[in-house]
Design a protein around this ligand. Sequence first.
Ligand SMILES: [Zn+2]
Ligand SMILES: [Zn+2]
Length: 274
Amino acid sequence: MTLFTRDLTVCVLSSGSAGNATYIGDGRAGVLVDCGLATKQILARMDAAGLGDAPIDGVLLTHEHKDHVGGAAVLGRALARRGARVPFFCTAGTRDGLDPRCHPDGVEVIEAGQAFRVKHLIIEPMPVPHDVRDPVAYRVIVGDTPVAVVTDLGKPTALVARALRDCRAVVLEFNHDEDMLLDGPYPYPLKQRIRGNHGHLSNRQAAQLLVDGLGPRLDHLVLAHLSEENNTPHRAMSTARTVLQDAGVLGRVQVQVASQHAHLAPITVSSRMW
Ligand SMILES: [Zn+2]
Ligand SMILES: [Zn+2]
């Protein structure tokens, strides 16, 4: 029996190789997924998105690359000054890989595949293939409603596809266009790293993951972590729209492209609670 419904908000504050942060919350509890830009920017963008008073009860770190954790130490201190010591959740591998300058107080070690709670939010970390020790992506669940943030993975996996299938909103990496990367200015070793199985998802790979993970409940898709050198919003968008069109759901699923330079309008999905 449904007792009540509650709105769950997902707001991509910044996405790309210069800084990542996404806010997810329902007004009573909330988390940031990653904090790879300056704390001032994170808080200013939350404010500008109408989330200035939204609770931050935890910060979920995906991995130790600077574009995901660069603001962690300062953010931890800023949140503590607001009156709450907020835990930073990450795997042991990520904790060990953190640059000491980014290392926040109050790290809590989690394990891929082991769900945990931040207040009433259920958090499910899942392993992804990326060139660090122990990276994860996250599902955040309120009531009957999962949403997911999946970036920084070198190839689609069956586990991630399965995790996307009942999500209402998905933030998914569309990092590069394969031809643009190969023809572009990056040095060969960097091209190989990005293309590798522990690099980043190309538009084509992201489309494959979307085909495998597309479920009947998806209402919102955000294309994320686009390379400014090796992709364009237009190319990523037309790849995603083709998948959605072929699946007959282009009219239902709202698609946005996340940016490095500004936050997106918050996405709201309603969740049934028991
Ligand atoms: Zn990244
Ligand atoms: Zn990374």
